[in-house]
Design a protein around this ligand. Structure first.
Ligand code: NAD
Ligand code: TYD
Length: 353
């Protein structure tokens, strides 16, 4: 078992990282958490208001590829543990600016691995762990059958997934070459509170609340597997403590849907929550130009995680979407704050809507 003492969390102001910190900081008061985040467009300290005063939490603004900063932080905090979320995470942005993804996702991960290797090189206590958070997209695109598992060969097809695949390879290379105590997970599409409104679920919610067109790429028949973010964070905490060093765990939601099906379900949930006749918002669905190289289907076989560590998702999709819509309705201020001018410009250029 790994017992974290002092944890460096990277990217903790983003969607999954902030949900993780909100879950673990109050739950593990004996552990200190230092959140290193560049506060890009996707990172927001508002997400962390509930824990900003906690005694066992601190924030540092900076980039994971800043080697000097990393060495200083490792020296200051004697980290036992790294939980590495920081990344550029949106496929559409990676198509526009691949180099930004190489810098943060690939170079940033290698810089972090180097800092951990240097800090932990004389360790004989076996009390360290480097947890790399990755995505199912590194496995490429499935046809109508089958599912990704830990042994599936890598076949990334977007600049985002290529940069994440490269980072995964480096993490494993540091395990085999230097004995760095790593663990990895590859997860399917997350949804839930604090997700920036450029990903499918919050785009649909934000647009439906304003009765604006809801963009569907191509035919809408692409399939994703959806996991509630709180369930992903619970899996991460389990793997961090109980996972086997050097191993990879695939995480999924058991909720495969076509984009069209998930959008229809979500629009009906919005109608229900806002008191409109259910079905009204479906008329907002607008088919737009497809994403280049759009992966057709992702699906996860997380038998290993379930059998070895007992984890299973606790939210059915419709229930998770209800919670998510309720959260966005309660947090209109958050949505307005993040949908600033740069987001509006990006959105307009992306969809022409
Ligand atoms: P996000 O875009 O919401 O947040 C990323 C965070 O990282 C932001 O706070 C941003 O400021 C920070 N960041 C970006 N580049 C940085 C850098 N160079 N240095 C320091 N901080 C930096 O992303 P997310 O959806 O929360 O994803 C987190 C991780 O989980 C990523 O590694 C992603 O690949 C992985 N993942 C995401 C999903 C998903 O559905 N969102 C699914 C599987 C895996
Ligand atoms: P996204 O949330 O960007 O996640 P990913 O590309 O990492 O799976 O997209 C989820 C699916 O929804 C994907 O098939 C692309 C599609 N999509 C739309 O149809 N319309 C949209 O506005 C967005 C953002 C995505």
């Amino acid at each position: 078992m790994h017992q974290p003492g002092s944890v460096l969390v990277t990217g903790g102001a983003g969607f999954i990282g902030s949900n993780y910190l909100l879950q673990v900081v109050p739950a593990h008061t004996e552990v200190t958490f230092v959140n290193l985040d560049a506060l890009s467009y996707a990172g927001n300290l508002m997400n962390l208001a509930a824990i900003e005063q906690a005694q066992n939490y601190a924030f540092v603004k900076g980039e994971v590829q800043d080697v000097e900063l990393l060495h200083a932080l490792f020296a200051q905090h004697a980290f036992t543990t790294v939980v590495h979320f920081a990344a550029e995470s949106h496929v559409d942005r990676s198509i526009r600016d691949p180099l930004a993804f190489v810098r943060s996702n690939t170079l940033g991960t290698v810089a972090l691995l180097e800092a951990a290797r240097a800090a932990w090189k004389d360790d004989t206590t076996n009390r360290h762990r480097f947890y790399h958070i990755s995505t199912d997209e590194v496995f490429g695109s499935l046809g109508d059958n089958g599912a990704f598992r830990e042994t599936t060969p890598y076949d990334p097809r977007s600049p985002y997934s290529a940069s994440k695949a490269a980072s995964d390879h480096f993490v494993r290379a540091y395990y085999h070459t230097y004995g760095l105590p790593v663990v990895l997970s590859n997860c399917s599409n997350n949804y839930g509170p604090f997700q920036f409104p450029e990903k499918l679920i919050p785009v649909v919610i934000a647009n439906a609340l304003q009765q604006k067109p809801v963009p569907i790429y191509g035919t809408g028949l692409n399939v994703r597997d959806w996991l509630y973010v709180g369930d992903h964070c619970a899996a991460i905490d389990t793997i961090l403590r109980w996972g086997t060093t050097g191993d990879t765990y695939v995480i999924g939601g058991d909720s495969e849907r076509t984009n069209l099906d998930v959008v229809r379900m979500l629009l009906d949930v919005v109608d229900e929550a806002t008191g409109q006749p259910v079905g009204t918002s479906r008329q907002l669905i607008t088919f737009v130009t497809d994403r280049p190289g759009h992966d057709y289907r992702y699906a996860m076989d997380f038998t290993k995680l379930h059998q070895a560590l007992g984890w299973t998702p606790s939210h059915a999709l419709e229930e998770g979407l209800r919670e998510t819509v309720a959260w966005y309705l309660r947090n209109g201020d958050w949505l307005n704050a993040v949908m600033d001018q740069s987001y509006q410009t990006y959105y307009h250029e992306q969809y022409g809507l």
